[in-house]
Ligand binder design. Structure first.
Ligand code: 4G3
Length: 287
């Protein structure tokens, strides 16, 4: 696969593209990434890429012409890339979209900066507008790296063991269980006995139970607690639920949960109670 990126900060991609999985994929010829400086496609001596907005108001708007020149020059006459603008107004990137993008021969990622980009860019040279989440960043560079990394994992040969892509996929990732490695005790928190028992049937059963709650604790338990109140809490503290992932939890935090609160047995709801901002109260962004 070939990926082109257009940005006013081409240098921020250098380390990213050299490291780890992406670096190896490029070295192996499985992935080709070309980063272009938007300013190379300006035609004024100041190489300006932004201007004041028509209609007034604060902030600056990215000018259309540098983008149009850049996109058309980069597309050349080879296979036409799928042209993606990263912006907070885009459709949310998810596992299904990542897999579908991985099937493209070429991608072109447009990284906007400032508050906005002239609407004619969208109208003339953008096929999809994507967002990596409902928050605003200073630029589309980090979202572009997110797209590159997520998509690369689905290019055959990039992830060493193909089963890793499925095992660590979003679907099974939702259902992942807690993992432990040495040492046996970290800041007073012990590895659950079952994992050292050598009894693979029990280990398997434990992992399945924990995996079920890894999904519940993140996606629905907070909601269940708010919706159903104390009843769901006491049910979860009675033996289900898994440890919070937060490394800052000390053994003191465990014991303050009372006798039932052994590691791996803390109510997942305790976590959502401890968090001040719930997803229900976060602002939504225009779609
Ligand atoms: C406005 C993407 C801002 C318009 C980009 C680009 C967040 C995301 C920007 C535009 C971004 C995201 C740059 N912020 N959530 N800022 O994927 O085209």
């Amino acid at each position: 696969m070939r990926v082109d990126v257009i940005t006013i900060f081409p240098t921020v991609f250098r380390e990213f593209l050299g490291a780890s999985l992406i670096g190896r994929a490029i070295a192996a010829g499985l992935l080709e990434v070309h980063v272009h400086d938007l300013r190379d496609f300006t035609d004024d001596p100041h190489r300006s890429v932004d201007d004041e907005p028509y209609g007034g108001g604060g902030g600056m708007v990215m000018k259309a012409e540098p983008w149009l020149h850049a996109v058309r020059a980069v597309c050349g006459d080879g296979p036409r890339p799928h042209r993606i603008l990263l912006s907070p107004q885009g459709e949310r990137l998810d596992d299904a979209r990542v897999r579908s993008l991985a099937g493209e021969e070429r991608l072109l990622l447009l990284c906007g900066r400032y508050e906005a980009i002239d609407e004619r860019v969208r109208m003339l040279v953008v096929d999809s507008e994507l967002s990596v989440g409902d928050y605003v960043l200073s630029g589309g560079e980090v979202p572009a790296m997110t797209v590159i990394e997520a998509v690369s994992r689905h290019i055959p040969g990039v992830v060493g063991r193909p089963e890793s892509v499925e095992n660590e996929s979003f679907r099974s990732g939702l259902l992942d269980h807690p993992h432990y490695t040495r040492p046996r005790t970290v800041e007073g928190i012990e590895v659950p006995d079952v994992l050292r028992s050598g009894d693979h049937a029990r280990i398997d059963a434990w992992r399945r139970e924990q995996a079920l709650y890894s999904r519940l604790s993140r996606s629905t338990c907070g909601m269940a607690c708010r919706t159903f109140g104390p009843e769901t809490r006491s049910r979860s503290t009675s033996g289900f639920g898994r440890a919070p992932r937060s490394a800052s939890r000390s053994s003191r935090a465990w014991s303050s949960r009372g006798a039932a609160a052994a590691p791996g047995r803390l109510s997942p709801c305790a976590r959502s109670r401890g968090e001040s901002g719930s997803s229900a109260s976060s602002p939504s962004i225009r779609r």
